[in-house]
Design a binder for this molecule. Sequence first.
Ligand SMILES: Cc1cc2nc3c(=O)[nH]c(=O)nc-3n(C[C@H](O)[C@H](O)[C@H](O)COP(=O)(O)O)c2cc1C
Ligand SMILES: [Mn+2]
Length: 474
Amino acid sequence: MANKDLRNWLEDVDSIGELQTVTGVEHHEEIGGLVDIFQRKMGNPAVMFDEVPGFPKGHRVIANILTSVPRINVALGLDPEASEMDLIRWWRDYMGDAPTHAPREVNGGPLLDNVSEGEAVDITTIPTPKWHEHDGGNFIGTGCMVVMKDPDTGWVNFGCYRVQSHEPALATVMMSPGKHGRLIMEKYHRRGEACPVAVVAGMHPAFFMIAGLEIPYGKNEFDAVGGLMQEPIEVINMPKTGLPVPSGAEIAFEGFIHADDKVLEGPLGEWTGYYAGGQREEPAIRIETFMHRDNPVLTGAIPAVPPNDNTFYLGTYRCGAVWNQLEAAGVPEVKGVWAHEAGGSRMWLTVSIKQMYGGHSKQAGMIAASCHAGAYCNRWVVVVDDDIDPTNMDDVVWAMCTRFDPREDMETIRGGWSSHLDPMCYDGDTDRRSARVVVDACIPFNRRDSFPIVARSSRELDDRIRAKYADVLP
Ligand SMILES: Cc1cc2nc3c(=O)[nH]c(=O)nc-3n(C[C@H](O)[C@H](O)[C@H](O)COP(=O)(O)O)c2cc1C
Ligand SMILES: [Mn+2]
């Protein structure tokens, strides 16, 4: 049986009332402008654009894909009703055993509905939005996967790297230093060879999620998606490069990146929510084969002021990862980890613990701010007691206001791991480190028995009142 594809996800999402279709929206300004408004609040529906002026009916764009917990749940095969904390626990378990399934070559499937080669290639037949007013062009690859193969080991990697569409058979790809795709490309170029590349620009969101996560170097991301979907991924080997793409994908193209073949790429709004500004030269993909399903759907996931489609789903994953790493570092009784959406999933972490000894809370905070999953681009770590719900900012701010002694409970860590995408890094060109704060908002351990009692009903009284007065309660 074929794997679940984007259309299955769309049906499931539609059945829980989380899909809205809009027709007649123009792609140079209005699609992006509309998505920007949908994206400002998490929980708004996904938006499908059809009948885009200038394109055939049925050539569609889906955006605002993973900006609600139920839609992330559906993508991962969970109960749509699962809570955010359920989702965090699920990621924790998934990362605990990191299941894999090797892909299966089927070399057939609906992606082959329309195949063009050479002169006939024209990626501009796909409605490709200019997502923000300040973007330098139209980006066909945002919610995408860029597939490459290591020439030494045969390891297949894919990552979500933005891809700008320039001409019918020309695109550029922006891969930051150190990203796996860039490392692989550099290997080909050092050998004096062109780098084969395949881009998938419409597919089931599980692929997009894995594409955007830092899966370890050397691990095949198709295996990882297979582990997520609990079955082998069915793939097509692209005709010129042999690179695998999901057989149920909507849109794919392949080609080669030649050393020093670069084209000016306009900036796309960055995940931190500001614009990089200026144009950069990025590697050019000379496209040789282009294929798409009948009535193809482009998947868009655009960076903007967080929370957004680029950051929201990363939050629950990061919470699971930080939670695992705190435990691996020997911190006991971690009760929850929360990456607040407005911090773009990285800049704000709340950790809740059941305090066991003096120094426990500070230890948890310092490690959360420095472990692999928590360190990059962090700014705030707040540690709270286990009676505080870390996902509830009212609770967290209240703890910060009433259990925190600025003389004792605040540590500044200087020179942390960051990026030029962090507007407060020391220097975007020469020193990409940044400083961060650890706030211990737990009740002081040595006052735990004498600290004022919280003015809220006990669980027992709550339960009794709820049972008796269910009909009058709000
Ligand atoms: C919507 C979205 C857009 C992204 N855009 C880029 C990008 O343009 N360039 C880049 O290097 N990383 C980008 N990333 C981050 C990478 O996808 C992420 O670091 C991923 O782990 C890269 O794959 P790799 O670990 O196999 O290199 C983006 C992530 C998302 C979710
Ligand atoms: Mn990778």
